[in-house]
Design a protein around this ligand. Structure first.
Ligand code: 9MG
Length: 385
């Protein structure tokens, strides 16, 4: 990784810049963000929570023994302050400034247990298996382009432990050919119908409302939208269908998104955007319990942005929604180790998925289901011993 790859990374990777909670408490509330830090899992989490030294995050398996407060700088980037849970709790108890109110609200959202989503309990991790039905898929090269092969692939992923099968008919790889509405529907509908008939929990990976409607009609239950229900009719359709949804962040559009992605502070900018989409969904009648947010790794992000977002993934619990993470075989892994073939990124995919688990992400979207399920099982077994 060279210096150019890290361009745009804010300065908040450094120490706390000598500012205490009281000086952060005097800042404009909207500049402040709260992330779980000093994360523990399993028995360590239970012990620290019982001792009053940690907070359980989102009612899940992780607990934060520290908190990281980010404050945007007017010049761009962010400062950060790391505080212990007892220190932060005592400060909140004696403060009612607007900044303290904002941090209190974020803390409540960080901690609130999540209800089941699409019938899946979110106090444990789940694997979403990828079923691409595209001739130009960047990861499986169209191996599953035929309906029968795609259904067989999906059923194999389910047998390997995928709780959800995510069926998509449009490649978002930069440079991929456009697909018509009719062609996208023709690709995904028979596969969704075949998988749903077999009892699988199916999500449809699409940005277009007519495809969503056809997919739901064919038996899909979940809408996974890389454009977070921003296309015409998509949000209204999700509300009307009472569908569980995954709302992903993307800067720009797939064809050009990697040209020159630009952020003030990537993790915080993505937080603001996702928080606003959750608010828009709620205002339209789609409650937070039906939403997973997803920072959209690789979608309009340089390597430094992706790493910054992954390192601060726990921030997104403070949207109040669950978290979905997609890192499988992505190009950021290749930018770290030089791997050019996505199929040779299993190690990096597992490392990133496990770090997502460590930070409490409830759903990981992967190609290599069996390997991911095994990695998660081992990490959980060790944490629980
Ligand atoms: C369709 N798709 C490709 N990558 C993705 C990711 O990271 N998240 C979600 N939700 N969908 C994705």
């Amino acid at each position: 990784m060279g210096p150019a790859d890290l361009a745009g990374r804010p300065e908040h990777r450094g120490p706390a810049l000598g500012r205490g909670l009281d000086s952060f408490g005097a800042l404009a509330p909207s500049t402040l963000y709260l992330a779980p830090h000093g994360l523990l899992a399993g028995t360590a989490a239970a012990d620290a929570v019982a001792a009053g030294l940690a907070w359980r995050i989102a009612g899940g398996w992780t607990a934060a023994s520290l908190l990281k407060i980010f404050a945007r700088k007017p010049s761009g980037g962010a400062d950060a302050l790391v505080v212990s849970i007892p220190e932060f709790s005592a400060w909140l108890d004696r403060n009612d400034s607007p900044a303290a109110e904002r941090l209190r609200r974020l803390a409540e959202r960080l901690r609130a247990p999540r209800p089941a989503w699409a019938g899946l309990p979110l106090d444990r991790p789940h694997v979403m298996g990828i079923v691409n039905v595209t001739p130009d898929s960047f990861s499986d090269g169209g191996d599953h382009a035929s309906t029968a092969a795609a259904i067989a692939h999906g059923l194999a992923l389910r047998a390997a432990g995928a709780a959800i099968l995510d069926v998509g008919g449009e490649s978002t790889r930069p440079g991929a050919a456009d697909v018509s509405l009719e062609a996208e529907i023709a690709r995904v509908v028979p596969v969704i119908r075949g998988l749903a008939t077999e009892g699988a929990l199916v999500s449809v990976d699409t940005r277009r409302a007519p495809v969503m409607a056809a997919a739901l009609e064919a038996g899909a239950v979940i809408l996974n939208d890389i454009e977070a229900l921003t296309q015409p009719g998509a949000l209204a359709l999700a509300v009307e269908a009472e569908a569980p949804v995954a709302l992903m962040h993307m800067q720009g559009e797939p064809r050009t998104m990697q040209a020159d992605p630009c952020y003030d502070a990537a993790a915080l900018d993505v937080f603001d955007w996702l928080e606003a989409r959750v608010a828009a969904a709620e205002a339209a009648g789609l409650p937070c319990e039906r939403i997973l947010v997803d920072p959209g790794i690789g979608f309009g992000k340089a390597l430094g942005h992706n790493l910054e977002i992954l390192a601060a993934l726990g921030l997104y619990h403070a949207t109040g929604a669950g978290i979905l993470l997609g890192v499988s075989r992505k190009s950021f892994i290749g930018k770290i180790d030089g791997s050019t073939d996505p199929r040779r990124r299993l190690g990096g995919s597992l490392a990133a998925a496990l770090d997502g688990w460590r930070q409490g992400a409830q759903v990981v979207r992967v190609h290599d289901v069996a390997e991911t399920v095994q990695a998660l099982a081992v990490a959980q077994a060790i944490a629980g011993a």
